[in-house]
Design a protein around this ligand. Structure first.
Ligand code: ADX
Length: 183
């Protein structure tokens, strides 16, 4: 999930994680914000550090894919080259999803109060304001979070990944008997 700060990436990641778990599909979430408190706490927001951030996240995602059917990554990942690297690392089954909302909407939401700090000059190199964001040119899916409900976004995501999972495009398990036996 790529997009501006405040576009809704973490919200969608958490909701999709919840939905997939309900369907008994193993999944993991890698959230840029969270990883920056630990694994990536040595990184800042220069282009080089953002690239390194995505490189590490991509390799962790690949490791997790040994144990989980789905790995959801929520990170701004502002450059096409960074996302291309992630795609190369993951290979088949990589989906680039553009979590899109106008910056005015992201700024109005301002869930972490960061845009306020940016406007006050306390944060520099902020994506979409003083650092660039390169929108995907051919994303697998675009989610306009100012126009869709989270529930509708999850439906679209399930349709996107259904072919790779034991569910149909409505999120209904293909083999209900096996799933019942798991309860
Ligand atoms: S990325 O650009 O390197 O992919 P990442 O998703 O890991 O970014 O982290 C973005 C989060 O860091 C934002 O949601 C925000 O909470 C915080 N942040 C702090 N400073 C900045 C900044 N200058 N630009 C973007 N995000 C920032």
């Amino acid at each position: 999930l790529t997009g501006l700060s405040g576009a809704g990436k973490s919200t969608i990641a958490a909701a999709l994680d919840h939905e997939l778990r309900n369907l008994r599909i193993s999944c993991a979430v890698l959230d840029g914000d969270e990883l920056r408190t630990g694994l990536n706490s040595d990184l800042g927001f220069s282009p080089e550090h953002r690239h390194e951030n995505i490189r590490r996240i991509a390799y962790v995602a690949r490791l997790l894919l040994v144990y989980a059917r789905v790995v959801i990554v929520a990170a701004i990942s502002p450059t096409r080259s960074g996302r291309a690297l992630a795609k190369d690392v993951i290979g088949d089954g990589f989906f680039e999803v553009f979590v899109d909302a106008p910056i005015s909407v992201c700024e109005a939401r301002d869930p972490k109060g960061l845009y306020r700090e940016v406007r006050a000059g306390k944060i520099t190199n902020f994506t979409g304001v003083s650092a660039s964001y390169e929108p995907p040119t051919a994303p697998a899916l675009v989610l306009r979070t100012d126009a869709l409900s989270v529930a509708d976004e999850i439906k679209k995501l399930l349709i996107l990944v259904a072919d790779l999972l034991p569910i149909d495009s409505n999120g209904i398990p293909k083999n209900t008997e096996r799933l019942h036996n798991l309860h």
